[in-house]
Design a binder for this molecule. Structure first.
Ligand code: TYD
Length: 213
């Protein structure tokens, strides 16, 4: 696929976690944040979709309460992301400028992986190509079977992408997306998301602790 690559801006101290549903991103984001806090490093946890009114509209669609035309969800995610990055008071850029490390649970890589399941990859790329990149992208890799098994175990109402038959495609979209960023200065760390929580926490910390940066 001929995807035109723009100049990428990479933000220091911005860390993103990604993975299939059930890969454990929220757990590992929280654990990393606690580790930074223990060291006295100012750090913030945030996630996408956000808690803003745009993020709430996104959740309405994810939870089957609203049905929208093709491409609309990708645009809603992009609007939520734009506000998340650029909001003048509590946006990610503002937090970084105040000296915080920002740990974000999902970001544009989720859009490239998930929205291209029901829209075309280049259209999703077009909406997301101008967002700044994190310094570190942590991908927690679980097999589609394992991720899905964990989602079912949670016993919550299943969202639109939480269907077994989509997981393979979402996972390969992630890996395709990563190839587009190979020549940027963003570090991509891929870990086995099926490792025990504490072991994974240690591995992530080895890569991201301040002494190694
Ligand atoms: P997640 O935080 O994993 O869900 P929950 O709060 O239910 O644990 O994210 C919600 C879903 O949104 C997940 O299936 C991935 C999806 N998603 C996208 O499809 N595109 C995106 O750009 C983002 C950020 C998330």
């Amino acid at each position: 696929m001929e995807t035109e690559l723009p100049h990428f801006e990479v933000l220091s101290n911005f860390i993103v976690f990604e993975g299939l549903d059930g890969s454990g991103t929220t757990t590992q984001c929280r654990l990393l944040q606690q580790k930074f806090e223990k060291l006295g490093v100012n750090s913030r946890y945030t996630c996408e979709p956000t808690e803003s009114f745009i993020g709430k509209a996104v959740r309405q669609v994810l939870q089957h309460n609203q049905v929208v035309a093709e491409g609309t969800l990708a645009k809603l995610f992009a609007a939520d992301r734009h506000n998340h990055i650029f909001h003048p008071e509590d946006g990610i850029l503002a937090q970084l400028e105040q000296g915080a490390k920002v740990i974000c649970d999902r970001y544009l890589f989720s859009s490239l992986a998930y929205q291209s399941v029901d829209w075309n990859f280049d259209a999703v790329w077009e909406l997301n190509r101008y967002f700044p990149l994190p310094q570190d992208l942590v991908f927690l890799d679980v097999s589609p079977d394992e991720g899905y098994r964990r989602v079912v175990q949670r016993n919550t109402t299943q969202e639109i992408y939480e269907r077994m038959e989509l997981q393979d495609e979402i996972r390969s979209n992630y890996f395709h997306a990563f190839t587009l960023f190979e020549h940027t200065s963003m570090n991509i760390h891929i870990f086995d998301g099926t490792l025990p929580v504490e072991e994974l926490e240690e591995l992530v910390w080895k890569r991201l602790s301040p002494s190694d940066n």
